[in-house]
Design a protein around this ligand. Sequence first.
Ligand SMILES: C[S@@+](CC[C@H](N)C(=O)[O-])C[C@H]1O[C@@H](n2cnc3c(N)ncnc32)[C@H](O)[C@@H]1O
Length: 380
Amino acid sequence: MALYSPTYSTSVIFTTRSRSRTTTTTTGHGEMRQIGRRKRVVRVQMVSSSEASSKGGVAFEEGRLERPKWTGETPLSRLVRALISFKPLYSLLKLGARQVLISTAEKTNIPWREMTREVLESEVYKELESIQNPSVIYPDYYLNPFHAYDEGNLSWLAAAEAEAATMSMVRRAIPNASSVDEANQTVRGNWLQAIEQHHLQHSGNSMIKDILDIGCSVGVSTRFLADKFPLAKITGLDLSPYFLAVAQFKENQRAPRKNPIRWTHANGEDTGLPSKSFDLVSVAYVLHECPATAIAGLVREGFRLLRPGGTIAITDNSPKSKILQELSPVLFTLMKSTEPFLDEYYLTDLEGTMREAGFVNVRTILTDPRHRTVTGTVPL
Ligand SMILES: C[S@@+](CC[C@H](N)C(=O)[O-])C[C@H]1O[C@@H](n2cnc3c(N)ncnc32)[C@H](O)[C@@H]1O
Protein backbone atom coordinates (compact mmCIF):
# COMPACT_ATOMS: atom_id res chain seq x y z
CA MET A 1 0.00 0.00 0.00
CA ALA A 2 1.31 3.41 -0.89
CA LEU A 3 1.81 5.92 1.87
CA TYR A 4 1.77 9.62 1.35
CA SER A 5 4.12 12.17 2.77
CA PRO A 6 2.81 13.55 6.05
CA THR A 7 3.42 17.06 4.76
CA TYR A 8 1.55 16.68 1.50
CA SER A 9 -1.91 15.28 1.14
CA THR A 10 -3.35 12.89 -1.39
CA SER A 11 -5.51 15.24 -3.36
CA VAL A 12 -4.76 15.35 -7.07
CA ILE A 13 -6.05 17.83 -9.56
CA PHE A 14 -6.20 16.61 -13.14
CA THR A 15 -6.63 19.50 -15.50
CA THR A 16 -7.93 18.37 -18.86
CA ARG A 17 -8.69 20.32 -21.98
CA SER A 18 -11.35 19.39 -24.51
CA ARG A 19 -11.82 21.36 -27.72
CA SER A 20 -14.28 23.74 -26.17
CA ARG A 21 -13.59 23.81 -22.45
CA THR A 22 -11.21 22.93 -19.65
CA THR A 23 -12.30 20.48 -16.95
CA THR A 24 -10.59 19.85 -13.64
CA THR A 25 -11.13 16.55 -11.85
CA THR A 26 -9.89 15.74 -8.37
CA THR A 27 -9.12 12.13 -7.42
CA GLY A 28 -7.12 10.32 -4.79
CA HIS A 29 -4.62 8.71 -7.17
CA GLY A 30 -1.28 10.19 -8.12
CA GLU A 31 -1.19 9.09 -11.72
CA MET A 32 -2.04 10.57 -15.06
CA ARG A 33 -5.28 9.41 -16.61
CA GLN A 34 -7.18 10.07 -19.75
CA ILE A 35 -10.60 11.44 -18.86
CA GLY A 36 -13.17 11.13 -21.62
CA ARG A 37 -12.36 10.13 -25.19
CA ARG A 38 -11.84 13.54 -26.71
CA LYS A 39 -10.16 15.09 -23.71
CA ARG A 40 -6.45 15.15 -23.26
CA VAL A 41 -4.69 15.39 -19.90
CA VAL A 42 -2.57 18.52 -20.14
CA ARG A 43 -1.45 18.98 -16.59
CA VAL A 44 -1.33 16.81 -13.51
CA GLN A 45 -0.96 18.53 -10.22
CA MET A 46 -1.07 16.71 -6.96
CA VAL A 47 -1.78 19.46 -4.53
CA SER A 48 -1.24 19.56 -0.82
CA SER A 49 -4.67 20.31 0.62
CA SER A 50 -3.08 22.32 3.41
CA GLU A 51 -0.95 24.37 1.05
CA ALA A 52 -2.74 24.30 -2.27
CA SER A 53 -4.81 27.36 -1.90
CA SER A 54 -2.30 29.48 -0.02
CA LYS A 55 0.93 28.49 -1.74
CA GLY A 56 -0.11 26.37 -4.71
CA GLY A 57 2.38 23.64 -3.62
CA VAL A 58 2.57 20.56 -5.81
CA ALA A 59 3.31 16.98 -4.86
CA PHE A 60 2.98 13.48 -6.30
CA GLU A 61 2.54 10.07 -4.82
CA GLU A 62 5.31 8.68 -2.65
CA GLY A 63 6.29 5.07 -2.11
CA ARG A 64 6.37 3.24 1.20
CA LEU A 65 10.13 3.40 1.72
CA GLU A 66 12.68 6.12 2.42
CA ARG A 67 14.57 5.06 -0.70
CA PRO A 68 14.37 2.24 -3.25
CA LYS A 69 15.43 -1.07 -1.77
CA TRP A 70 17.86 -1.67 -4.62
CA THR A 71 20.15 1.14 -3.43
CA GLY A 72 23.42 0.37 -1.69
CA GLU A 73 25.34 -2.88 -1.71
CA THR A 74 23.06 -5.76 -2.70
CA PRO A 75 23.92 -9.30 -3.86
CA LEU A 76 22.54 -8.28 -7.28
CA SER A 77 24.78 -5.21 -7.52
CA ARG A 78 27.81 -7.32 -6.53
CA LEU A 79 26.93 -9.81 -9.26
CA VAL A 80 26.50 -7.07 -11.87
CA ARG A 81 29.78 -5.44 -10.81
CA ALA A 82 31.59 -8.75 -11.18
CA LEU A 83 30.04 -9.31 -14.61
CA ILE A 84 30.84 -5.84 -15.93
CA SER A 85 34.41 -5.97 -14.68
CA PHE A 86 34.80 -8.43 -17.55
CA LYS A 87 35.47 -5.78 -20.24
CA PRO A 88 34.15 -7.59 -23.35
CA LEU A 89 30.85 -8.23 -21.57
CA TYR A 90 30.69 -4.61 -20.38
CA SER A 91 31.21 -3.34 -23.93
CA LEU A 92 28.38 -5.54 -25.13
CA LEU A 93 26.06 -4.35 -22.34
CA LYS A 94 26.95 -0.73 -23.05
CA LEU A 95 26.15 -1.13 -26.71
CA GLY A 96 22.84 -2.81 -25.86
CA ALA A 97 21.96 -0.09 -23.36
CA ARG A 98 22.66 2.63 -25.95
CA GLN A 99 20.57 0.93 -28.58
CA VAL A 100 17.63 0.56 -26.19
CA LEU A 101 17.95 4.21 -25.15
CA ILE A 102 17.95 5.48 -28.72
CA SER A 103 15.16 3.25 -30.01
CA THR A 104 12.96 3.99 -26.97
CA ALA A 105 13.44 7.71 -27.54
CA GLU A 106 12.65 7.46 -31.24
CA LYS A 107 9.50 5.43 -30.55
CA THR A 108 8.24 8.39 -28.52
CA ASN A 109 8.96 10.84 -31.36
CA ILE A 110 12.27 12.13 -30.08
CA PRO A 111 14.40 12.16 -33.23
CA TRP A 112 17.57 11.16 -31.34
CA ARG A 113 19.83 10.31 -34.28
CA GLU A 114 18.65 13.25 -36.37
CA MET A 115 19.23 15.70 -33.50
CA THR A 116 22.68 14.22 -32.89
CA ARG A 117 23.63 14.40 -36.53
CA GLU A 118 22.49 18.02 -36.76
CA VAL A 119 24.82 19.03 -33.93
CA LEU A 120 27.76 16.95 -35.13
CA GLU A 121 27.46 18.34 -38.66
CA SER A 122 27.12 21.96 -37.52
CA GLU A 123 29.70 24.67 -36.80
CA VAL A 124 29.50 23.94 -33.07
CA TYR A 125 33.21 23.11 -32.89
CA LYS A 126 34.08 26.79 -33.38
CA GLU A 127 32.53 27.64 -29.99
CA LEU A 128 34.96 25.48 -28.01
CA GLU A 129 37.85 27.88 -28.01
CA SER A 130 35.85 30.79 -26.65
CA ILE A 131 34.25 28.68 -23.95
CA GLN A 132 36.98 26.36 -22.69
CA ASN A 133 38.79 27.48 -19.57
CA PRO A 134 42.20 25.82 -19.71
CA SER A 135 42.78 26.31 -15.99
CA VAL A 136 39.83 24.08 -14.99
CA ILE A 137 40.96 21.05 -13.01
CA TYR A 138 38.56 18.16 -13.45
CA PRO A 139 37.69 16.22 -10.31
CA ASP A 140 38.56 12.51 -10.51
CA TYR A 141 34.94 11.38 -10.59
CA TYR A 142 34.37 13.40 -13.74
CA LEU A 143 37.03 11.52 -15.66
CA ASN A 144 35.28 8.13 -15.37
CA PRO A 145 33.42 6.56 -18.28
CA PHE A 146 29.84 7.68 -17.86
CA HIS A 147 26.44 7.11 -19.53
CA ALA A 148 28.20 4.53 -21.73
CA TYR A 149 30.58 7.19 -23.10
CA ASP A 150 34.22 6.24 -22.58
CA GLU A 151 35.20 9.91 -22.07
CA GLY A 152 32.14 10.60 -19.89
CA ASN A 153 30.79 14.09 -20.50
CA LEU A 154 34.02 15.23 -22.09
CA SER A 155 33.16 14.35 -25.68
CA TRP A 156 31.32 15.78 -28.69
CA LEU A 157 29.11 12.70 -28.96
CA ALA A 158 27.89 13.09 -25.35
CA ALA A 159 27.28 16.80 -26.02
CA ALA A 160 25.45 16.16 -29.28
CA GLU A 161 23.16 13.58 -27.66
CA ALA A 162 22.50 15.50 -24.44
CA GLU A 163 19.37 17.36 -25.54
CA ALA A 164 17.68 14.19 -26.84
CA ALA A 165 18.66 12.45 -23.59
CA THR A 166 17.09 15.31 -21.60
CA MET A 167 13.89 15.00 -23.63
CA SER A 168 13.80 11.25 -22.95
CA MET A 169 14.19 11.86 -19.24
CA VAL A 170 11.19 14.18 -19.27
CA ARG A 171 9.17 11.69 -21.35
CA ARG A 172 9.98 8.89 -18.90
CA ALA A 173 8.72 11.03 -16.03
CA ILE A 174 5.34 11.64 -17.71
CA PRO A 175 4.87 8.65 -20.02
CA ASN A 176 1.25 9.45 -20.85
CA ALA A 177 2.01 12.93 -22.12
CA SER A 178 1.31 13.30 -25.82
CA SER A 179 4.52 15.26 -26.50
CA VAL A 180 7.75 16.41 -24.91
CA ASP A 181 6.27 19.89 -24.57
CA GLU A 182 3.36 18.53 -22.62
CA ALA A 183 5.66 16.48 -20.36
CA ASN A 184 7.73 19.62 -19.79
CA GLN A 185 4.64 21.49 -18.63
CA THR A 186 4.67 19.21 -15.61
CA VAL A 187 8.38 18.45 -15.13
CA ARG A 188 9.88 21.87 -15.82
CA GLY A 189 6.68 23.80 -15.05
CA ASN A 190 6.30 22.41 -11.53
CA TRP A 191 10.05 22.80 -10.87
CA LEU A 192 9.92 26.50 -11.83
CA GLN A 193 6.76 26.99 -9.82
CA ALA A 194 8.37 25.43 -6.74
CA ILE A 195 11.33 27.79 -7.11
CA GLU A 196 9.17 30.87 -7.54
CA GLN A 197 6.98 30.01 -4.58
CA HIS A 198 9.90 29.27 -2.30
CA HIS A 199 11.57 32.55 -3.18
CA LEU A 200 8.37 34.56 -2.80
CA GLN A 201 7.77 33.03 0.59
CA HIS A 202 11.24 33.19 2.12
CA SER A 203 13.39 35.81 0.42
CA GLY A 204 12.12 38.86 2.30
CA ASN A 205 10.81 40.36 -0.96
CA SER A 206 14.18 40.31 -2.73
CA MET A 207 13.88 40.14 -6.51
CA ILE A 208 15.56 37.40 -8.52
CA LYS A 209 18.11 39.51 -10.39
CA ASP A 210 21.02 37.07 -10.80
CA ILE A 211 20.69 33.33 -11.44
CA LEU A 212 23.36 30.63 -11.61
CA ASP A 213 22.50 27.29 -13.24
CA ILE A 214 25.15 24.84 -12.00
CA GLY A 215 25.51 21.78 -14.24
CA CYS A 216 23.65 23.48 -17.08
CA SER A 217 24.73 20.83 -19.63
CA VAL A 218 23.62 21.98 -23.11
CA GLY A 219 21.52 24.77 -21.62
CA VAL A 220 18.02 23.28 -21.48
CA SER A 221 17.44 24.13 -17.80
CA THR A 222 19.14 27.51 -18.32
CA ARG A 223 16.75 28.43 -21.11
CA PHE A 224 13.75 27.44 -19.00
CA LEU A 225 15.06 29.68 -16.20
CA ALA A 226 15.72 32.53 -18.64
CA ASP A 227 12.18 32.28 -20.03
CA LYS A 228 10.66 32.18 -16.55
CA PHE A 229 12.75 35.07 -15.17
CA PRO A 230 13.35 37.30 -18.22
CA LEU A 231 14.52 40.27 -16.14
CA ALA A 232 17.30 38.29 -14.46
CA LYS A 233 20.90 37.92 -15.60
CA ILE A 234 21.63 34.23 -16.01
CA THR A 235 24.85 32.25 -15.99
CA GLY A 236 24.96 28.62 -17.09
CA LEU A 237 27.97 26.81 -15.61
CA ASP A 238 29.25 23.34 -16.42
CA LEU A 239 32.39 21.22 -16.25
CA SER A 240 32.08 20.05 -19.85
CA PRO A 241 33.27 22.60 -22.41
CA TYR A 242 31.68 20.43 -25.13
CA PHE A 243 28.24 20.74 -23.51
CA LEU A 244 28.74 24.48 -23.08
CA ALA A 245 29.78 24.83 -26.72
CA VAL A 246 26.48 23.21 -27.75
CA ALA A 247 24.58 25.45 -25.29
CA GLN A 248 26.19 28.60 -26.70
CA PHE A 249 25.76 27.48 -30.31
CA LYS A 250 22.03 26.77 -29.82
CA GLU A 251 21.42 29.97 -27.91
CA ASN A 252 23.09 32.01 -30.68
CA GLN A 253 20.67 30.51 -33.19
CA ARG A 254 17.61 31.94 -31.47
CA ALA A 255 16.34 35.51 -31.21
CA PRO A 256 18.59 37.59 -28.93
CA ARG A 257 17.42 38.03 -25.34
CA LYS A 258 17.34 41.30 -23.43
CA ASN A 259 19.69 39.63 -20.95
CA PRO A 260 21.92 37.25 -22.91
CA ILE A 261 22.89 34.05 -21.07
CA ARG A 262 26.55 33.82 -20.00
CA TRP A 263 28.20 30.41 -20.22
CA THR A 264 30.99 29.55 -17.79
CA HIS A 265 33.32 26.59 -17.84
CA ALA A 266 34.10 25.80 -14.19
CA ASN A 267 33.71 23.28 -11.41
CA GLY A 268 30.45 23.95 -9.55
CA GLU A 269 32.20 23.01 -6.31
CA ASP A 270 34.71 25.83 -6.71
CA THR A 271 33.39 28.27 -9.29
CA GLY A 272 35.73 31.19 -8.65
CA LEU A 273 32.66 33.49 -8.88
CA PRO A 274 32.26 36.24 -6.23
CA SER A 275 30.52 35.39 -2.94
CA LYS A 276 26.94 36.64 -2.44
CA SER A 277 26.47 37.44 -6.12
CA PHE A 278 23.30 35.44 -6.93
CA ASP A 279 19.67 35.38 -5.80
CA LEU A 280 18.97 31.90 -7.18
CA VAL A 281 21.30 28.94 -7.62
CA SER A 282 19.77 26.04 -9.52
CA VAL A 283 21.25 22.54 -9.62
CA ALA A 284 19.05 20.48 -11.95
CA TYR A 285 19.63 16.74 -12.48
CA VAL A 286 23.31 17.04 -11.52
CA LEU A 287 23.63 15.41 -8.11
CA HIS A 288 22.77 11.85 -9.18
CA GLU A 289 25.89 12.06 -11.33
CA CYS A 290 28.11 13.01 -8.38
CA PRO A 291 29.75 11.24 -5.44
CA ALA A 292 28.71 12.30 -1.94
CA THR A 293 31.75 14.57 -1.47
CA ALA A 294 30.89 16.50 -4.63
CA ILE A 295 27.22 16.75 -3.59
CA ALA A 296 28.31 18.39 -0.33
CA GLY A 297 30.80 20.61 -2.20
CA LEU A 298 28.15 21.83 -4.65
CA VAL A 299 25.72 22.62 -1.83
CA ARG A 300 28.41 24.55 0.12
CA GLU A 301 29.42 26.52 -2.98
CA GLY A 302 25.75 27.34 -3.62
CA PHE A 303 25.53 28.74 -0.10
CA ARG A 304 28.65 30.88 -0.59
CA LEU A 305 27.39 32.29 -3.90
CA LEU A 306 23.92 33.30 -2.69
CA ARG A 307 22.97 36.62 -1.16
CA PRO A 308 21.06 36.60 2.14
CA GLY A 309 17.47 35.62 1.31
CA GLY A 310 18.73 33.82 -1.82
CA THR A 311 17.25 30.49 -2.88
CA ILE A 312 18.95 27.23 -3.81
CA ALA A 313 16.84 24.82 -5.86
CA ILE A 314 18.03 21.27 -6.35
CA THR A 315 15.99 19.00 -8.56
CA ASP A 316 16.72 15.35 -9.25
CA ASN A 317 15.49 11.78 -8.83
CA SER A 318 13.41 11.38 -5.70
CA PRO A 319 14.35 8.43 -3.47
CA LYS A 320 10.75 8.55 -2.24
CA SER A 321 9.16 8.33 -5.69
CA LYS A 322 6.75 5.41 -5.82
CA ILE A 323 7.59 4.78 -9.47
CA LEU A 324 11.34 4.66 -8.80
CA GLN A 325 10.83 2.41 -5.78
CA GLU A 326 8.88 0.02 -8.00
CA LEU A 327 11.52 -0.09 -10.78
CA SER A 328 12.85 -3.55 -11.48
CA PRO A 329 15.98 -4.11 -9.33
CA VAL A 330 17.72 -5.67 -12.34
CA LEU A 331 17.05 -2.61 -14.47
CA PHE A 332 18.27 -0.27 -11.76
CA THR A 333 21.35 -2.33 -11.06
CA LEU A 334 22.24 -2.24 -14.74
CA MET A 335 21.68 1.54 -14.74
CA LYS A 336 24.19 1.77 -11.91
CA SER A 337 26.80 0.37 -14.28
CA THR A 338 26.60 3.50 -16.48
CA GLU A 339 25.83 5.98 -13.66
CA PRO A 340 28.44 5.01 -11.08
CA PHE A 341 27.32 7.42 -8.33
CA LEU A 342 23.60 6.66 -8.20
CA ASP A 343 24.03 4.78 -4.93
CA GLU A 344 25.89 7.63 -3.26
CA TYR A 345 23.19 10.04 -4.40
CA TYR A 346 20.32 7.92 -3.07
CA LEU A 347 22.10 7.32 0.23
CA THR A 348 22.90 11.01 0.82
CA ASP A 349 20.68 12.93 3.24
CA LEU A 350 20.33 15.93 0.94
CA GLU A 351 18.15 18.03 3.21
CA GLY A 352 20.60 17.37 6.09
CA THR A 353 23.55 18.32 3.88
CA MET A 354 21.80 21.57 2.98
CA ARG A 355 21.06 22.43 6.62
CA GLU A 356 24.65 21.63 7.54
CA ALA A 357 25.83 24.09 4.87
CA GLY A 358 23.69 26.79 6.56
CA PHE A 359 20.45 26.73 4.55
CA VAL A 360 17.15 27.29 6.33
CA ASN A 361 13.53 26.70 5.22
CA VAL A 362 14.65 23.47 3.55
CA ARG A 363 11.62 22.03 1.79
CA THR A 364 11.13 19.04 -0.49
CA ILE A 365 8.35 18.53 -3.01
CA LEU A 366 7.81 15.78 -5.54
CA THR A 367 7.40 18.01 -8.57
CA ASP A 368 6.63 15.09 -10.88
CA PRO A 369 6.20 11.37 -10.33
CA ARG A 370 9.97 10.70 -10.42
CA HIS A 371 11.67 13.91 -9.32
CA ARG A 372 11.87 16.06 -6.21
CA THR A 373 12.72 19.72 -5.96
CA VAL A 374 14.49 20.62 -2.74
CA THR A 375 14.66 24.32 -1.98
CA GLY A 376 16.40 26.26 0.79
CA THR A 377 17.19 29.83 1.79
CA VAL A 378 20.34 31.60 2.91
CA PRO A 379 19.31 33.26 6.21
CA LEU A 380 18.43 36.95 5.89
C1 LIG B 1 22.09 15.70 -16.49
S1 LIG B 1 23.10 17.04 -16.78
C2 LIG B 1 22.17 18.43 -16.26
C3 LIG B 1 20.99 18.77 -17.07
C4 LIG B 1 20.49 20.18 -17.04
N1 LIG B 1 20.74 20.88 -15.82
C5 LIG B 1 19.01 20.18 -17.35
O1 LIG B 1 18.23 20.29 -16.41
O2 LIG B 1 18.65 20.02 -18.51
C6 LIG B 1 24.31 17.01 -15.50
C7 LIG B 1 25.41 18.00 -15.77
O3 LIG B 1 26.16 18.21 -14.58
C8 LIG B 1 27.47 18.54 -14.98
N2 LIG B 1 28.35 18.42 -13.80
C9 LIG B 1 28.65 17.31 -13.09
N3 LIG B 1 29.49 17.63 -12.09
C10 LIG B 1 29.70 18.97 -12.14
C11 LIG B 1 30.47 19.90 -11.39
N4 LIG B 1 31.18 19.54 -10.32
N5 LIG B 1 30.46 21.18 -11.78
C12 LIG B 1 29.75 21.60 -12.84
N6 LIG B 1 29.00 20.77 -13.60
C13 LIG B 1 28.98 19.47 -13.26
C14 LIG B 1 27.73 17.57 -16.10
O4 LIG B 1 28.78 18.00 -16.92
C15 LIG B 1 26.40 17.58 -16.84
O5 LIG B 1 26.39 18.52 -17.85
